[in-house]
Ligand binder design. Structure first.
Ligand SMILES: Cc1ncc(COP(=O)(O)O)c(C=O)c1O
Length: 350
């Protein structure tokens, strides 16, 4: 390998920037299980205010924030509806069932694009003694396995109105809501109005090393705090992590547009080989989900990338994901866009 490795497996791979390290070093900390960590308390009130909700809870991971968020709105034995590629149902290892005692029913959605009517039509809010009652609908924005899809804001509005009419709650897995905001320009206050519980992640595009925040009413967050501790998520002097998150919120949201441009450039280069691998106009944010004609071709592409010092990740037998982030600068994205078409041509002959 001649040049530095370009790691496009995930936007969770970033390392703290010098400015973020300074913020971490300067963090004033206390024991957060006692509610005495000033950085954590500040982060929680800032994120709650950002979304126009009463309270927030700093969590170690997005998965925990989702589990606490869903269980806050779905009683044991009832169901949450979501799409079949949602992170909560595909990649949280059954925790909503194991921990939350919640069942799930799913709808199919091309690229994870949300349609309110499809979700609302499945809901059975008060199913009586024979069927499972629906308590909530969960949406993901942007949609990870859908390829970074930004949800239609009109559909989110329609969901909110429809869910309210049926007495259902809405959980928003907003791990990459920051990316959606940069594309749509919709304010976080407005996004906040679409859901009862929202999880947002600081350790993906925003580049903090660890942490997610669950946002909701004061009552739900008070209970989620008990459950966080119950699950072993009470983090003591977590202010060093919260400080990184607060820094990221101040400095790393608007720059996500660069990640989106880099992803688009990579997608355009690959589409130049064969547009069935990826359609660049579908790449709205920082995720390029390429689809290969066979598992063999997908594996050949991954191997070819590795040989060239470019790391990419399989997220299905024929789907390979490339994700841009804070540690992929113009030069790294340019190198990927230069080298990937040759690798793709080879892979398609495999
Ligand atoms: C959409 C979405 N939600 C939740 C998560 C979970 O985050 P964590 O890895 O911090 O548990 C991820 C992680 O990739 C994600 O993509």
């Amino acid at each position: 390998m001649s040049a530095a490795v370009v790691d496009l497996r995930s936007d969770t791979l970033t390392r703290p920037t010098p400015g973020m390290l300074e913020a971490i070093a300067a963090a004033e900390v206390g024991d957060d299980v006692y509610g005495e960590d000033p950085e954590v308390n500040a982060l929680e009130s800032e994120v709650a205010a950002l979304f126009g909700h009463e309270a927030a809870l700093f969590c170690p991971t997005g998965s925990m924030a989702n589990v606490l968020g869903v269980r806050a709105v779905v009683p044991a034995g009832q169901e949450v509806l979501c799409d079949s590629m949602a992170h909560i149902v595909r990649a949280e290892l059954g925790s909503h069932a194991v921990v939350g005692q919640v069942t799930t029913r799913t709808w199919q959605a091309a690229r994870g694009a949300f349609e309110a009517d499809v979700a609302l039509a499945m809901a059975v809010p008060d199913a009586g003694p024979y069927f499972v009652s629906t308590a909530a609908i969960a949406i993901e924005d942007t949609h990870n396995f859908g390829g970074g899809t930004v949800q239609s804001v009109d559909e989110l509005r329609r969901l909110r109105a429809g869910a309210q009419a049926l007495g259902l709650s809405v959980h928003l897995d907003g791990a990459r809501l920051w990316n959606a905001h940069v594309v749509t320009g919709v304010s976080f206050q407005e996004y906040g109005s679409f859901a009862d519980t929202i999880s947002v992640c600081l350790s993906k595009g925003l580049g903090a090393p660890v942490g997610s925040v669950l946002v909701s009413s004061a009552e739900r967050i008070a209970e989620a705090r008990i459950w966080r501790k119950r699950l072993g998520g009470g983090m003591r002097q977590a202010g060093i992590l919260a400080a990184a998150g607060r820094y990221a919120l101040k400095h790393h949201i608007e720059r996500l547009a660069e990640d989106h441009a880099h992803a688009h450039a990579i997608a355009t280069a690959l589409a130049g080989v064969d547009s069935s691998i990826i359609e660049p106009e579908l790449v709205q944010t920082n995720i390029v989900a390429t689809t290969w004609p066979s598992a063999t071709a997908a594996q050949a592409f991954i191997a070819g990338c590795t040989a060239e010092g470019i790391r990419v990740g399989a997220v299905g037998s024929r789907v390979v994901r490339l994700v841009t982030h804070l540690d992929i600068d113009e030069a790294a994205a340019g190198r990927a866009a230069d080298v990937l078409p040759g690798i793709a041509k080879q892979a398609l002959t495999a």
